[in-house]
Design a protein around this ligand. Structure first.
Ligand SMILES: C[S@@+](CC[C@H](N)C(=O)[O-])C[C@H]1O[C@@H](n2cnc3c(N)ncnc32)[C@H](O)[C@@H]1O
Length: 359
C-alpha cells in the first residue's frame, strides 16, 4: 500500500514520472505476497513479477489491506457484470492497470463469455513491459486466443487481441486527443457506446490533478451516454490525508518524489461519492477498507484470515485501513430509467457476523 523506492535517483531526475510508474511494482509485489500467503489465489501474478520466487513477503498489515481491496473490488466487478450483462455483453476499461491480473482471472471464471472487450491503459513504459511478459508467458498468453490473432504494435507498447487490449497513454492528456485515437482501429471502434462499460481506477487517480481525472471520467461518460448505455466506475484510493497519519504518508512519498495531487478534494469518506455526483452519476457509494473488514467479510473468512499470519497491531491496522476507500458509482441514462432502480442495489453485501447454530 505504500510505494517504496524502486527507481534510481538519476532516472527520477531525467523522468519525473518514473516514481509514479514504479508504484506498479509495489502493487504487484503486494498482490504476489498476499497470494503466496494464501489470502487469495492469483495464479497469474507471478508471471508479471520478475524473479517472483525471490521476492520477500510484505508485512501482514499490507497483506490484509491487499486482500480486502482485491476481494471487495472483485465482488463489485462481478455484481456489475451480472447486472449490466443481463441483456448481453459488457466492456471493461482498467485505467493505470499496471500489472493487474483481473483480465486473466475473469477470463478463467464463469463470466468470461460476458466480456466483449477488456482494455488496459497505462504509460508506454509499463505497457511495453507487460506486453512482453504476456507474450512470453505460457500462463498468460492462452487467454488471448490463437497466436495469429494477437498483435504487438506501436514499437512494442501495445498488444491487441479479440478481447484483451493493452494500450499506451498518459492519462493526464486530453482524452479526446489521447484515448480516442487509440480506441479507433481500422476494423472499427474498440469500445462501443452501445454496450455497458465499467471503468476501473485502482490506485491511479491520486497521481493526477482533480481536473485531469474529471476530464477522463467525463469523456467516458459522454461517450457511453451517446449510445444510451450504463457506465459503472470503481475507484480505489487513499483519502483524508489532512491528519497526522496523512502528513507522515505524504512526507514519505515526497521523499520518493511521488506527489498526490488528486487527494486534496477528499478529506473524509463523505466527500468521496461527491466525485461521481458532481459528474451526474445516478448512484454513488464509498466504504473504507476498515468498514469492509468490519461489515463485509464473513465470520468464517475472518477466522481463516486470522490463521494465516499473526497480526498484533490491530489499532495500527484500523488506522491504515481507515485511510483507504473503494468508491463506486453508476451513470444510467434517462432513456433507460426503468433500469435505474436496479443500480441502487449495486452494493457490497453485508456479511454474516456469526456462524449459524449447529442443528
Ligand atoms: C499503484 S499502481 C496501480 C496498478 C494497478 N491499478 C493495481 O491496482 O495493481 C499505479 C499505476 O497507474 C499508472 N499511472 C499513474 N499515472 C498515470 C498516467 N498519468 N497515465 C498512465 N498511467 C498512469 C502507473 O504507471 C501505475 O502502473
Amino acid at each position: 500500500m505504500f510505494p517504496r523506492r524502486l527507481t534510481s535517483p538519476s532516472s527520477e531526475q531525467s523522468d519525473p514520472d518514473a516514481p509514479v510508474r514504479a508504484t506498479d511494482n509495489d502493487a504487484a509485489l503486494a498482490r504476489l505476497s498476499a497470494s503466496q500467503k494464501k489470502y487469495f489465489s492469483d495464479p497469474y501474478i507471478s508471471a508479471l513479477v520478475p524473479r517472483a520466487h525471490l521476492q520477500k513477503p510484505r508485512p501482514p498489515l499490507i497483506n490484509v489491506g491487499t486482500y480486502l481491496r482485491g476481494t471487495a473490488v472483485d465482488e463489485l466487478v462481478d455484481s456489475w457484470i451480472e447486472r449490466a450483462g443481463v441483456h448481453g455483453r459488457v466492456q471493461i476499461v482498467s485505467l493505470g492497470a499496471g500489472s493487474d491480473t483481473r483480465f486473466w482471472r475473469l477470463a478463467a471464471g464463469p463470466r468470461a463469455e460476458k466480456i466483449e472487450k477488456y482494455i488496459e491503459l497505462d504509460f508506454p513504459e509499463v505497457t511495453s513491459r507487460k506486453a512482453m511478459a504476456v507474450r512470453k508467458s505460457k500462463v498468460l498468453s492462452p487467454a488471448l486466443g490463437p497466436a495469429d490473432s494477437v498483435s504487438v504494435g506501436d514499437g512494442g507498447t501495445s498488444l491487441r487481441s479479440a478481447v484483451y487490449n493493452l494500450l499506451p497513454v498518459d492519462l493526464r492528456k486530453t482524452p479526446g486527443t489521447s484515448i480516442a485515437p487509440l480506441l479507433a482501429t481500422e476494423s472499427g471502434a474498440l469500445l462501443s457506446p452501445n454496450l455497458p462499460t465499467l471503468l476501473l481506477f485502482e490506485c491511479v487517480l491520486a497521481y493526477m490533478t482533480p481536473a485531469a481525472s474529471d476530464a477522463l471520467i467525463r469523456w467516458f461518460a459522454d461517450y457511453t451516454q451517446s449510445g444510451s448505455s450504463p457506465l459503472g466506475s470503481i475507484v480505489y484510493e487513499m483519502f483524508g490525508l489532512g491528519d497526522s497519519f496523512g502528513r507522515v504518508m505524504l512526507n514519505n512519498l515526497k521523499e520518493r518524489n511521488v506527489s498526490l495531487p488528486g487527494v486534496g478534494p477528499y478529506p473524509n469518506i463523505a466527500s468521496l461519492p461527491e466525485r461521481f455526483r458532481r459528474l451526474n452519476f445516478t448512484e454513488a457509494h464509498a466504504l473504507t477498507l476498515k468498514d469492509i473488514r468490519r461489515d463485509h467479510v464473513d465470520a468464517d473468512e475472518l477466522e481463516r484470515l486470522s490463521t494465516l499470519e499473526l497480526l498484533d497491531e490491530v489499532e495500527e491496522l484500523d488506522l491504515v485501513l481507515g485511510h483507504y476507500a473503494i468508491t463506486w458509482g453508476a451513470l444510467v441514462p434517462e432513456s433507460i430509467s426503468a433500469d435505474r432502480k436496479d443500480w441502487a442495489s449495486w452494493v457490497l453485501a453485508p456479511k454474516t457476523r456469526e456462524r449459524p447454530e449447529e442443528e
